[in-house]
Design a binder for this molecule. Structure first.
Ligand code: BYC
Ligand code: FE
Ligand code: FE
Length: 472
């Protein structure tokens, strides 16, 4: 990539121009990233101009610019939130010490592992979504997909920056490995379960950006509390972008719900599939799936890893600094629901080893608020139906519930009962085939597929029928 001025090419506020070693590492990594983007990023549309937001600074006002870009030309920048002068570690064994500007030697391995796990999810999601452009329900949605994709790409850059700048040679090796694992690959899968699932259709995409990107919000928020200051500042800035991803998910599902309700009323039927809509029970099964695989991302209810991350000052609680307790949690307890023989019981557990569950609780409450907003749409249409989050024990692969079969309403059930009912609880092959059959691309400006309502407004004050992607 000779001839590229990287300090110009990579918008940054990390003094890239003055850091020769880091600049060299990134110059070596960038062509490999672009190769990965061409092979595993959005399938098609790489030469089209897309109306995208690009991060150009970290100011509360005007951190982003909007304009037409071809995706491979996107300026994936490196931005850390402004330093907080005199910032102290607010929890764990180092509480009250100055935040670390460098990696503490004794925590190097653990910290690298956390950063790699976070970093791995970013390209994974781009891989999962790579075929969706071909079946977009509108040009507006196509642009939102690509916005999410380039920003997940930037989140990968954010983690690679930390690895290259602070972890020497092993960091650079990890940066390479992040481009080598592949979502769903049997030999070199992505690290976390949900990131090896398929995102084959737009209903799955909107569910993913609602449920799985929201895990991102909670994990990033806990890492934003980190005593390792560069990680904290990186995550704080990533959270500003994350909000848009969850907006895409929430409004996407909401618009499908709205369209379904319109069809139900217009045709006086619950079975809107004959009229090109997605019926509410199918939506419920998709919720059940995406919520449960996203719950797994929080790890086991009882986790010594989580206790260690906290005590070491590497990963805090959601809104740690707003909490009024000793921030050590040595003597505290926390109520945890877990499998107890053939029933589900809530027990007081040591707060330190329950930190994954506490974060999961914050996440569940946030998801429930979104579901309530979808239910408002149904209610306003005068339809008697309620979408629900399934019980946290339902369809789990990680933690104590992984050993049992739990129904969406939270009963431990027999294998026989599971076998008799799981088709009502999780998307069936038939559901997936039906949803797939609706995925016919709509690329005329201002037009929308039969199964989704238009958004309430456009992006960045532009009209809904704006040319969000130049397809000519
Ligand atoms: N799948 O003590 P345990 C995002 C492993 S999403 C596979 O229960 P721990 C985004 C675990 O690694 C946010 N393996 O859990 C969203 C451990 O393995 P080792 C991503 C799993 O360690 C959308 C073992 O099981 N960020 O940004 O306390 C689009 C026992 O672990 C899973 C992070 O996750 C699983 N689901 O917590 C784009 C933050 N769960 O070490 C992006 C960084 C657990 O024994 N990561 N295991 O080999 C972490 O904080 C922790 O690694 C976890 C797990 C919360 C994930
Ligand atoms: Fe991300
Ligand atoms: Fe995201």
């Amino acid at each position: 990539m000779a001839g590229i001025d990287y300090t110009e090419r990579i918008p940054n506020n990390v003094g890239l121009a003055e850091n020769r070693r880091l600049l060299r590492a990134l110059e070596e990594w960038h062509p490999k990233f672009l190769e990965w983007w061409q092979d595993m990023g959005p399938n098609g549309f790489q030469a089209n101009e897309v109306y995208l937001r690009t991060a150009v600074s970290v100011g509360a006002q005007g951190w982003a610019q909007f304009g037409y870009v071809q995706m491979p030309e996107y300026r994936w920048g490196i931005f850390l939130a402004e330093p907080e002068p005199g910032r102290q570690i607010s929890f764990g064994a180092h509480k009250g010490s100055a935040a670390w500007p460098e990696v503490p030697g004794e925590y190097r391995g653990v910290l690298r592992r956390l950063i790699v796990t976070q970093g791995d999810t970013e390209p994974a999601s781009v891989e999962q979504q790579r075929h969706l452009g071909r079946t977009c329900p509108s040009v507006y949605d196509l642009r939102n997909l690509f916005q999410v994709n380039v920003e997940e790409g930037r989140h990968l850059w954010a983690m690679v920056y930390l690895l290259d700048a602070y972890f020497g040679r092993d960091g650079r090796e990890e940066s390479e490995a992040l481009l080598q694992r592949r979502s769903g690959d049997a030999d070199k899968p992505r690290i976390l379960g949900a990131f090896n699932e398929k995102t084959p259709d737009w209903l799955s995409f909107f569910m993913f950006s609602f449920f799985t990107d929201r895990d991102g919000k909670y994990q990033l928020a806990s890492l934003a509390e980190s005593g390792f200051d560069p990680l904290s500042r990186t995550c704080r800035f990533m959270l500003t972008e994350e909000a848009h991803h969850m907006f895409v998910g929430e409004t996407g599902v909401g618009r499908i719900v709205q369209r379904t309700c319109e069809l139900m009323r217009e045709h006086r039927t619950d079975d809107v599939s004959r009229h090109g809509g997605i019926d509410l029970p199918t939506m419920q099964r998709y919720i059940n799936f995406h919520f449960s695989v996203s719950l797994d991302l929080f790890g086991s209810e009882i986790s010594t890893n989580a206790a260690n991350f906290y005590t070491m000052g590497l990963k805090g609680r959601f809104e740690e600094t707003k909490k009024q307790d000793d921030h050590l949690l040595k003597d505290a307890s926390y109520p945890v629901a877990a499998l107890d023989a053939d029933r589900i019981a809530v027990r007081e557990e040591p707060a330190l080893t329950s930190l994954n569950e506490r974060l999961r609780d914050d996440y569940v409450a946030d998801c429930a608020r979104g579901v309530a907003r979808w239910n408002e749409v149904i209610k306003r249409a005068g339809i008697d139906f309620e979408l629900k989050l399934p019980h946290r024990g339902f369809h789990r692969a990680i933690g104590s519930f992984a050993e049992a079969k739990v129904s969406p309403d939270g009963r431990v059930v027999s294998e026989a009962e599971w076998d008799a009912h799981h088709r009502e609880w999780l998307p069936t092959d038939q559901d997936r085939a039906f949803v797939q059959s609706l995925m016919q691309p709509v690329t005329e400006r201002g037009k929308f597929a039969s199964w989704i309502a238009p958004p309430a407004r456009g992006i960045n004050g532009q009209p809904i029928d704006f040319e969000y992607v130049r397809l000519a």
